[in-house]
Design a protein around this ligand. Structure first.
Ligand SMILES: NC(=O)c1ccc[n+]([C@@H]2O[C@H](COP(=O)([O-])OP(=O)(O)OC[C@H]3O[C@@H](n4cnc5c(N)ncnc54)[C@H](OP(=O)(O)O)[C@@H]3O)[C@@H](O)[C@H]2O)c1
Length: 167
């Protein structure tokens, strides 16, 4: 089972500001959907609150230490290991071999040492923010693909989509 982290990050590693994304990238949302469809997705409670609902055709697993928060279609997990165990069982049921970790900063930091692959949208911007992606150390991670995208009509920035695998 592979742990895959999916993130959009600014050139300063910012991923979020005050509970929201610091950019609007319609093209990247399509890319995110393609990567995560028919897979279990693991996210922190704050990221879940910023999305506000379970995502369709995916199993939404939310890590929280507070059991009282719930929403239709969401599976709560009280620890990261519990989230991964639930995700693993769900992936097997769906006959896929990937668990998608979609943020935010706390969850990316906790799972960076255990991730197998990173699917990164490098946003060509330097936004203000309060949530960050960990450094992608080239000693640990090998970039295997990168494609540049100009800003589309509904995008606030140009961006590049890159895949990294653990060396
Ligand atoms: N650009 C991107 O790709 C991207 C992706 C995702 C999110 N974001 C942004 O990132 C920001 C949110 O990130 P964040 O770091 O503030 O929060 P987060 O990682 O989404 O959620 C943090 C919460 O997760 C729970 N949690 C964390 N570690 C846990 C553990 N070991 N065991 C149990 N529960 C645990 C806690 O929930 P409780 O407080 O309920 O206990 C904690 O408050 C937002 O601005 C969002 O828009 C950006």
């Amino acid at each position: 089972m592979k742990i895959v982290m999916v993130a959009a990050i600014g050139e300063n590693n910012v991923i979020g500001n005050r509970g929201a994304l610091p950019w609007h990238l319609s093209s990247d949302l399509q890319h995110f959907r393609g990567l995560t469809l028919n897979r279990p997705i693991v996210m922190g409670r704050k990221t879940f609150e910023s999305i506000g609902r379970a995502l369709d055709q995916r199993t939404t697993i939310v890590v929280t230490r507070a059991l009282h928060r719930t929403a239709p279609g969401v599976v709560l997990a009280m620890s990261i290991d519990a989230a991964l165990a639930t995700a693993r069982a769900d992936a097997e049921k769906r006959k896929v071999d990937e668990i998608m970790v979609i943020g935010g900063g706390d969850i990316f930091a906790a799972l960076m040492p255990r991730a197998d692959r990173l699917e990164i949208t490098h946003v060509h911007a330097l936004p203000e923010g309060d949530a960050y992606f960990p450094d992608i150390d080239p000693q640990t991670w090998r970039e295997v693909s990168r494609r540049e995208h100009p800003a589309g009509p509904k995008d606030t920035s140009a961006f590049a989509v890159a895949t990294y695998v653990r060396r």
